[in-house]
Design a protein around this ligand. Structure first.
Ligand code: F6R
Length: 615
């Protein structure tokens, strides 16, 4: 999704803005632009379709002086990706420049009203309406930018994070947020950084302020950060510490972030468990469960809301919680849940899973659940994001920034957190024996080492990958805990290699998808030695009988399936419910290597965005 960067200080803004945009490239975008108030006092806006590198080329001969600027990467919603629709947008007189993330729902009405006043528009975007409206209010009422924004934003319906420059005030950025994240970095010497997430800021300062919905902030060089609510009340923003390191934002020798992040998983799961599982490896402590013990023990139902990969993790969470805690769990797509008037009771617990903590639909589901009086818990990765701030409690997955658009380490982090959560709640509800609890916790501590062994298959998988680049469709099959793994494996392949793929519960295959099977259709089966193993073997036989080509993920040493499959990938054994932590890794690697073989841009797949901040 769109990205925002801003800088006010004593250094040259342009290199900081360009570097910041590059840090945000992972979010997905199709055009980019930058605006600076130059040394001669002019407001210069440069934009181009394509990558940030194209913008740099476009700027080569231009005036890029100035110590105050804003920059943007755009992911098109209204209007095609081209330089006219790219941000920043000038106001009619050229005095203001604005960048915007989000969607303005009433932009058609606002635009019609402004056009009646002879204001000409240069783009097809909803965003340009904002800068024209702000300037119109500013000039017709003789207000300053900050005052004009306060008036204008009352007329705006929708989601926005905006940053605006005024040529007349070259040391200031005014910004505002509503349902779209915005972070202010407090630098040295009275300088300010601004961004849609902390990644462009982290190398300059670890002191940040996360703006809240309805906040308007004035970032003026050398002056105290001034934050006021839309209704005019002065806010007292909390300065927080971010602990993102530069190494986490760079590739560290890997060709793509996605591969780096796949290989980071053992360490990520260790980090996720650190301080939560005791050194003896037999007890889990989660402060969310201690703080909300009563509500969790008494919960009549748990509803998990999420999107995409996080929704797949939720399906695993459902099985874990139902089997260990004996609480009914419903898993909902946040986008459906928010609009279908769901029944939510005060004794329901709602868990919102979101890597970014900013997904618009999941945020709306959180709002809805809170409004209905349920306890809402976030399971997020991005520290200080909107969902962790809007939920009463939560558990961070602590896997570090995930830059590759296709989620990998966040998925396994989410599953690890859900496993710990289920075990903790089960212990409190006394639905698990002491012996089983301890043995499961011990097994969980062994997972990182088993992940390391699994990663050794990368070369084998790389060699295998070229066989599948011809495929137009693939089927992924699994049962029980491995059914969501099949869904996730298929999603990974779709996202980065653009090969159509479907995940199915293996037994469902004969109710339809079996018609598709022939020698052209690769079938990936997660067939580890679990409770449903024999049944999966039968499903593999069914595929074979139709001439299907099977690649099976099997438990180390399993000879039975080896004879039935064309290719096998061996996995270390673990208990059924932790198998997704292991089995998802070869499927991530497979998707990665197939996409690389096909020459795809693995970290920035077409049309996709890392953080889906629009519904
Ligand atoms: C897939 C992927 C997406 C996200 C989804 C939700 O690889 O990353 O499907 O899982 O957009 O995002 P979060 O977890 O940030 O709410």
């Amino acid at each position: 999704m769109c990205g925002i960067v801003g800088y006010v200080g004593r250094k040259r803004a342009y290199p900081i803005l360009i570097k910041g945009l590059k840090r945000l490239e992972y979010r997905g975008y199709d055009s980019a632009g930058v605006a600076m108030i130059g040394d001669d006092g002019g407001l210069n806006v440069y934009k181009s379709k394509g990558k940030v590198a194209d913008l740099e080329t476009h700027c080569e001969e231009k005036d890029t002086t100035g110590t105050t600027g804003i920059a943007h990467t755009r992911w098109a919603t209204h209007g095609e990706p081209n330089s006219a629709n790219a941000h920043p947008h000038y106001s009619a007189s050229g005095r203001l420049a604005l960048i915007h993330n989000g969607i303005i729902e009433n932009y058609v009405t606002l635009k019609e009203n402004l056009m009646k006043r002879d204001i000409a528009f240069r783009s097809d975007t909803d965003s340009e309406v904002l800068v024209q409206l702000i300037e119109y209010i500013m000039l017709s009422n003789q207000l300053d930018l900050f005052q004009a924004m306060q008036v204008a934003l009352h007329q705006v319906i929708g989601a926005y994070a905006i940053a605006v420059l005024d040529r007349e005030h070259p040391d200031t950025i005014v910004c505002a947020r509503q349902s779209s994240p915005l972070v202010v970095g407090l630098g040295a010497d009275g300088e300010y950084f601004l961004a849609s997430d902390a990644s462009p800021i982290a190398e300059y300062t670890d002191r940040v302020v996360y703006l809240n919905d309805g906040d308007i902030a004035v970032l003026q060089l050398g002056k105290r950060l001034n934050v006021v609510s839309l209704s005019g009340e002065r806010q007292h923003p909390k300065v927080r510490q971010i602990d993102v390191t530069l190494g986490q934002l760079e590739k560290g020798g890997y060709p793509f972030f996605m591969l780096k992040e796949i290989f980071e998983q053992p360490q990520c799961i260790r980090d996720c468990m650190r301080g939560r599982i005791n050194v003896e490896g037999d007890r889990i402590t989660l402060s969310a469960v201690i703080d909300y013990r009563e509500a969790l023990v008494a919960a009549r139902r748990i509803i998990i809301v999420a999107c995409g990969t996080s929704w797949h993790a939720a399906l695993i969470g459902k099985q874990l919680i139902e089997s260990l805690c004996r609480i009914p769990v419903e898993v909902e797509y946040a986008s459906e849940f928010r609009y279908r008037n769901p029944v939510i009771q005060p004794d329901d617990v709602v868990i919102a899973i979101s890597q970014s903590g900013e997904t618009a639909d999941t945020l709306a589901a959180v709002d809805l659940a809170r409004g209905a009086g349920a306890l809402v818990m976030g399971v997020c990765n991005a520290i200080g994001a909107s969902i962790p701030r809007l939920t009463q409690t939560g558990v961070y997955i602590h896997v570090g920034p995930e830059i590759g658009v296709a989620s990998t380490k966040a998925f396994t982090g989410q599953v690890a957190v859900l496993a710990m959560l289920a075990l903790c709640i089960a212990k409190e509800r006394q639905t698990i024996s002491d012996e089983l609890y301890k043995s499961m916790v011990r097994e969980l501590t062994l997972i990182p080492e088993k992940m390391e062994r699994t990663l050794q298959a990368s070369e084998h998988i790389e060699k295998m990958a070229s066989i599948f680049t011809y495929a137009r469709n693939c089927l992924y099959l699994g049962r029980g805990y491995n059914y969501p793994v099949a869904l996730e494996g298929a999603l990974k392949l779709k996202e980065i290699s653009y090969i159509h793929a479907e995940g199915y519960p293996a037994a469902e295959m004969k109710h339809g998808p079996i018609a598709l099977i022939d020698s052209e259709m690769p079938v990936f089966v997660i067939a580890t030695r679990d409770k449903l193993y024999e049944k999966v073997v039968s499903n593999v036989q069914e595929v074979r009988a139709r001439g299907g080509r099977v690649t099976a993920l099997i438990t180390e040493g399993d000879e039975q399936i080896r004879h039935l499959a064309d290719h096998v990938i061996e996995l270390p054994d673990t208990i059924d419910c932790f198998q997704p932590l292991i089995a998802s890794i070869p499927l991530q690697l497979l998707a990665y290597h197939i996409a690389v073989c096909k020459g795809k841009d693995v970290d920035r797949p077409r049309n996709l965005a890392k953080s889906v901040t629009v519904e």
